[in-house]
Design a protein around this ligand. Structure first.
Ligand code: MSP
Length: 519
């Protein structure tokens, strides 16, 4: 078993408020984090905000405030949103934090000293949306940036450049030799193709064009360009130091097990970041996982289309008491690196089917039968080894294997598949008929088997739905913080389990009126 586990999200730009695309990634990462906390003792999750660059400078100017004021206000919106979604991160980093700025300056100087960064007069096409120079090959037929649909600006400057080409062969070799380095695996070829055409990259901008950035220590006329600044967060957040005097967290948690990022920024992570780490002589992360994108009603989310949805809006419109339903939907909406879609109707149907009708209902009716037939008591003779125990053990293994590859949607399907099996088992064995026929021991065994299985289901579903799982644990009287290694075949002990007034539905169906009234 791994001793320590470190997972990161991309850090979000703060020129706007968080939307459900940003939320998708933070939920995705938090689910992985919570799952691994059940398998590994020491786990750390880093998230945060990426606050420098020309876009922030322009937005702040237009709003008549300082860039820092804009960053403070918007960074807080991200923190509030993650709070609302029960994102249980260990640390929130802001690239305007002093310790981060200092280490980024040191990193830049170290690479300069090493000769991996050099000064060069350059004319290029700059996309402020991507905060990067694009080559003519990157543009679409109309000469626009394919991601932002806008013509890049022609910029001529003397900038610092990083010798990316020096590391090309080493990166190719690393990707080819490490199958899990880029996940899902189908993305690795994409990166290998991009590597064919790489050039050295600009890593600073003249202060005269961009003021809002970290100054180059030895040349204050230049600011460090956003990607070196942003990518370094993964190590500065742990207390990395160029002189080797690292904080405990860096020693304990680096290299990262997973960098979770969107497919649009895979190149920056699997090529630029890796080359920077190689240049610094820092160990490489174990895996970079690129997730797909979420569309809204099948359209790309954009301010101009006016279809940007905040996670808070979904919570308010459906009057959700906690974020579990949204977390569950997001986790299953985009399967293993593919794109996914959010619509109110799909959301409601999916969570009603899986969380209310299937899982919640099964627990509720089984507990009610236990109270009705046995006054809520588990008798010793109800407990025996049964087929559901073996099935649960198999599913647990499968879920763990899927999480090792970050495939949380398929893992959720496995868990719900186990609930389906349990529902089928109840329907086939019909405990209500057994009770009617006076076969009370058989009836008790069926109820026990199902409730005992629900303990395991709650532990497996907890990373997705922590509140629902806690409510299941309250009713089934076990500790939701148990590790997966502590799962035994028979988890529920004999004795009084529950009384009628303690039974509460763990998830109420979302009212069908909501979606109908909205459009
Ligand atoms: N600041 C950079 C990342 C630096 S990481 C060292 C950035 N910021 S972003 O705000 O544009 O995006 C942050 C993350 O949100 C990215 O991983 C991006 O892919 C993800 N998403 C933004 N919109 C999204 C969707 N509509 N759907 C899913 N993820 C989306 O890039």
């Amino acid at each position: 078993m791994m001793e320590n586990f470190y997972i990161t999200t991309a850090i979000d730009y703060v020129n706007g408020a968080p939307h459900i695309g940003h939320a998708f990634e933070k939920i995705y990462t938090d689910i992985l984090f919570r799952h691994f906390k059940k398998r590994i003792d020491n786990c750390f999750m880093l998230t945060g905000t990426d606050e420098h660059g020309i876009k922030i400078q322009k937005t702040a100017k237009a709003a008549g405030i300082t860039p820092k004021e804009l960053c403070d206000a918007n960074s807080n919106l991200f923190k509030e949103a993650w709070n609302l979604l029960d994102i249980s991160y260990s640390k929130f980093i802001r690239t305007t934090d002093d310790y981060h700025k200092k280490t980024v300056q040191d990193i830049f100087e170290k690479l300069l000293e090493k000769g991996d960064i050099y000064k060069h007069q350059y004319t290029g096409l700059y996309c402020s949306g991507c905060e990067t120079f694009l080559s003519p090959k990157d543009l679409d037929e109309e000469g626009n940036c394919p991601v932002h649909g806008k013509k890049p600006e022609e910029v001529s400057e003397e900038n610092y450049f990083f010798k990316l080409t020096k590391y090309k062969d080493k990166i190719i070799e690393h990707i080819k030799n490490n199958k899990d380095f880029i996940l899902p695996e189908f993305r690795a070829n994409e990166v290998l193709n991009q590597l064919e055409n790489i050039e050295d990259i600009s890593v600073s901008r003249a202060k005269s064009s961009v003021e809002w950035g970290i100054e180059v220590k030895s040349d204050p006329s230049q600011v460090i360009y956003v990607w070196i600044d942003a990518l370094s967060n993964y190590i500065t957040g742990l207390g990395y130091s160029v002189d080797g005097n690292h904080d405990e967290n860096f020693k304990k948690f680096w290299p990262a097990n997973f960098h979770i990022i969107g497919k649009d920024i895979l190149k920056f992570h699997s090529i630029y970041w890796i080359a920077i780490l190689m240049a610094l002589g820092v160990e490489l992360p174990k895996s970079i996982y690129a997730h797909g994108w979420i569309t809204i009603d099948k359209n790309k989310m954009s301010k101009s289309t006016g279809n940007v949805i905040a996670p808070k809006t979904v919570m308010e419109e459906f009057e959700l008491k906690n974020p579990d339903a949204l977390r569950y939907f997001m986790a299953t909406a985009a399967v293993n690196g593919k794109d996914g879609n959010y619509s109110d109707i799909d959301f409601k149907e999916k969570v009603n089917a899986d969380l209310a009708n299937n899982m919640g209902n099964l627990l509720n009716r089984t507990l009610n039968m236990l109270v009705k037939y046995f006054d809520g008591e588990i008798k010793e003779k109800f407990i025996s080894d049964n087929e559901l125990n073996q099935k649960a053990a198999n599913i647990q293994k499968e879920v763990e294997n899927l999480f090792d590859k970050c495939d949380i949607a398929s893992a959720a399907n496995c868990i719900i598949g186990l609930v389906d099996e349990a529902n089928k088992y109840v329907n086939d064995t019909a405990p209500w008929s057994l009770a009617k026929e006076g076969k009370m021991d058989e009836c008790g065994k069926v109820l026990y088997n199902v409730l005992n299985l629900m303990v395991k289901i709650a532990l497996l579903i907890e990373p997705y739905c922590p509140n629902i799982a806690q409510s299941m644990a309250n009713q089934l009287k076990f500790d939701i913080n148990l590790k997966y290694t502590e799962i035994q075949p028979n988890m529920i002990k004999p004795g009084k389990l529950i009384s009628k007034d303690e039974i509460i539905p763990v998830f109420l169906r979302l009212d069908s009126e909501f979606a109908a009234n909205k459009k």
